[in-house]
Design a protein around this ligand. Structure first.
Ligand code: GLN
Ligand code: ZN
Length: 758
């Protein structure tokens, strides 16, 4: 019988009860003991569910009080010095202090987990002397066994991945650090072995990235050490999110199983295994059910794949599993009551994926007849969505095909547009602007609630929005900004707002996934052909423009960002989806221009995070991403100024792509990585308009004029003053009104000083 395995299950609970418990505890509404009790209940429920479905290898220790990387660093006693800690089990106050900051100490940095939208807390190795403060995997194993009789498979973040994701040490100290951590891992594994644990899953997703020769050597040291120290414990070395680099080195490691992703790394992993075979002394964890996507698996195709693999490794040594932890998908489709039947029938969230794993294992063991009725049901569901009207809009497909055949270029190059735009707009040197949103005060949120509940009619709500626009246009003029915005008061979320107005999108009621800590997001689903239906932003923008003589920038979310922050259909390429979005947005850009809006910002903060993990795939992605942006923006007149905006710091390696977007002006977040970004501009001359954020909007602190002045001066050492804009790092919607106004006043003062000087 082929075995089934799950690499991890969502923590948040079907009703986000995990989030609610965390937040209640933080706010002091929940006693610590009751908090532990509630979290245990959630955790056991998740295990019970997997047990009832018949999963053979159930992950334990995948659950967390916040984040599994933070669990790992605190388990090893790696506590930044700024938090009071005296050894022993790390108290919750310290654990959450590191995650969220305290009044005396800033939180640790948080960053994206590979190419997902999950964020982990970056370990700060610093001067810590690591010790094993508690054996969390062992605790989780015992709990599952005692309470539910489950023979759990503890999940552990592997040493190489942990080290590579940590900061606060010199590369030259890597081996020192490995030397300090390895004995702790060994101690932990020995305790597990003594307890009678049969399998552990050691996650090493870092193995899908390029490894140096030193890292390959480290990998050998690590797993040889484990093999020697815990010879009776079965180790499943687990990778995911892409195919592994260094296949031959990895399969030669002295472990008992290798877990590979046959969804996101299908072609690479499959060709390696076919060309180089698979060692007879190991088990293959075949990740064939997508742990990240939300669609039902085409089980017939998956079966063919599994059988192909079984021929190479034999069925006895094959485990059918999810491609990665199910952390990245919502809990269950069952809770959705408002989705159309066609769409709902085509979806599989975490719970439905458990069924898929079990079905697949059953079919491999006993033949397809064993699951015949399931297969038929699935065929029908997948056929229905394939043939649905929403997926087959030939009008859209033809139009997108036609425009993607043309090269999306503005009618004149930037150098000429720039002259025409200067003539038209007569902006001062170092024009000032903001990124789009202004504070979403409780008043704004309340108004939206009232309108959504039907207590306010459309007219009342529209009036309220207009009042807000009035207030902020006046304020912006008073502060002395040059290019104004309407403030985005009508929007909750920059993707949802557009998704609700475009065809091809669906919204779940409960499709939440963890983004970081207790923060969950509910991405829209792009399930059909995306199409423009009616103007989306013209009314508010046009209204704002009637209230001032200064230019008001229109504000749109770009095609790549909308796509990267949604779950998307898989029957067409991401490139095609991006082009459909671009075509829809182009119509909005044109409508704004028609309505007299002469500056239009198309935000693309999420371009960077869509970057494929494999370097070889990156250029292609960037090329079509740039194309999509240009498609959306290229048809305007020379004098219409296209702006874009990006945040989240890391673009030093993609400046050429940013330049290729050919936006007349880009605003970039820089204040948190100023040195680094400026450095990359030293190496590359950027020839278009650019505003480097001069203050961090993530903090309520009001930046002083001098701080911004020094930011400006540093930037001007490498950027052309004639192309330089001054703006905050990002939108201001999460800030308070007063701090926003004061900060912007200081920004304008810093600008005036700079103007006097240059
Ligand atoms: N225009 C958006 C805003 O100001 C941009 C947000 C973002 O970049 N994340 O809120
Ligand atoms: Zn931003």
């Amino acid at each position: 019988m082929v075995k089934s395995s799950v690499l991890g299950y969502p923590r948040i609970g079907a009703d986000r009860e995990w989030k609610k418990a965390l937040e209640a505890y933080w706010s002091g509404k929940l006693e610590e003991s009751e908090f532990h009790r509630q979290l245990q209940e959630i955790r056991l429920n998740h295990l019970r569910k997997q047990q009832e479905k018949g999963i053979d290898f159930i992950a334990v220790n995948d659950f967390s009080y916040y984040d599994h990387i933070l669990d790992t660093s605190t388990m090893f006693g790696i506590i930044p010095k700024r938090f009071p800690y005296e050894g022993g089990t790390v108290p919750l106050s310290v654990y959450y202090g590191i995650a969220r900051g305290t009044k005396d100490a800033t939180a640790s940095e948080m960053t994206k987990w590979f190419n997902t939208n999950y964020h982990y807390i970056v370990p700060e190795l610093g001067e810590a002397s690591p010790v094993l403060t508690e054996n969390r995997p062992l605790k989780a194993y015992r709990e599952a066994k005692e309470k539910l009789g489950i023979e759990g498979k503890p999940v552990i973040v592997g040493p190489l991945t942990f080290l590579k994701l940590s900061k606060g040490y010199c590369i030259s100290d890597t081996d020192d650090w490995l030397g300090r951590l390895l004995p702790l891992y060994v101690q932990m594994l020995q305790e597990l072995a003594r307890e009678g644990v049969q399998w552990v899953q050691i996650d090493e997703p870092i193995l899908v990235t390029k490894l140096s020769a030193e890292d390959v050597q480290r990998l050998k040291t690590i797993y040889e050490t484990f093999a020697a120290s815990v010879p009776n414990l079965n180790i499943m070395l687990q990778t995911y999110f892409e195919s592994v680099e260094n296949y031959s080195d990895i399969v030669a490691l002295p472990v008992n199983g290798i877990g590979l992703d046959f969804v996101h790394g299908l072609s690479g992993n499959l060709s390696s295994i076919k060309a180089l075979g698979f060692p007879v002394d190991k088990v293959l964890g075949a990740g064939v059910i997508d742990g990240r996507g939300i669609w039902k698996a085409p089980l017939r195709e998956k079966l063919v794949l599994v059988e192909e693999l079984a021929e190479i490794v034999t069925a006895e040594r094959l485990i059918v599993q999810t491609s990665c932890s199910l952390l990245h998908v919502p809990v269950s489709v069952n809770h959705e009551t408002k989705l159309g039947a066609e769409l709902k029938d085509a979806l599989a969230f975490a719970d439905e994926k458990l069924d898929e794993i079990v079905l697949l294992a059953k079919a491999v063991s006993r033949g397809t007849a064993a699951i015949a009725s399931e297969l038929e049901k699935r065929d029908l569901a997948l056929q229905a969505i394939k043939l649905s009207g929403e997926r087959n809009r030939s009008d859209i497909q033809h139009a997108v095909f036609a425009i993607s055949a043309q090269s999306p270029v503005r009618s004149r190059p930037f150098s000429e547009r720039h002259i025409a735009q200067q003539k038209k707009w007569q902006l001062p040197i170092f024009p000032t602007t903001t990124i789009g949103s202004f504070p979403q005060s409780s008043e704004v949120r309340k108004a939206r609630q009232q309108w959504r509940k039907g207590e306010w009619n459309n007219e009342q709500y529209a009036n309220f929005i207009r009042e807000q626009i009035d207030i902020w246009i006046k304020l912006q003029e008073e502060i002395g900004l040059d290019v104004l915005v309407h403030g985005e008061f009508e929007r909750t979320d920059m993707v949802e707002f557009f998704g609700e107005k475009l065809a091809g999108f669906a919204f779940t009621q409960n499709g939440w996934v963890q983004s970081y800590g207790s923060r969950c997001v509910k991405p829209p689903i792009i399930f059909g052909d995306v199409a423009f239906k009616e103007v989306m932003t013209v009314e508010e923008t046009k209204y704002a423009q009637t209230r001032t003589k200064r230019p008001v920038k229109g504000m749109l979310t770009g095609p790549i960002t909308i796509m990267n922050w949604s779950f998307v259909r898989e029957d067409i390429s991401r490139e095609q989806i991006a082009y459909q979005l671009a075509y829809a947005l182009r119509q909005e850009v044109e409508a704004l221009e028609q309505a007299g809006i002469g500056m239009i910002q198309v935000d693309e903060p999420a371009v960077r995070e869509g970057l494929p993990l494999k370097e070889d795939d990156q250029a292609k992605y960037l090329s079509w991403a740039v194309n999509a942006f240009r498609m959306a923006t290229c048809t305007v007149q020379d004098t219409t100024q296209i702006h874009t905006h990006m945040c989240y710091c890391e673009f030093h390696d993609m400046i050429h792509s940013i330049e290729a977007m050919d936006a007349d002006v880009i605003s970039i977040e820089t204040s948190r990585s100023h040195g680094e970004l400026i450095h990359s501009f030293e190496l590359n001359t950027y020839k278009l308009g650019i505003g480097l954020g001069v203050y961090d909007i993530h903090s309520p602190r009001i930046p002083r004029v001098e701080e911004m002045t020094s930011m400006i001066e540093r930037a001007l050492r490498v950027l052309d003053p004639k192309l330089f804009w001054i703006n905050p790092d990002c939108g201001l919607k999460t800030r308070g009104v007063e701090e926003t106004v004061d900060s912007l006043r200081n920004m304008v003062e810093a600008t005036q000083n700079a103007r006097a000087k240059h």
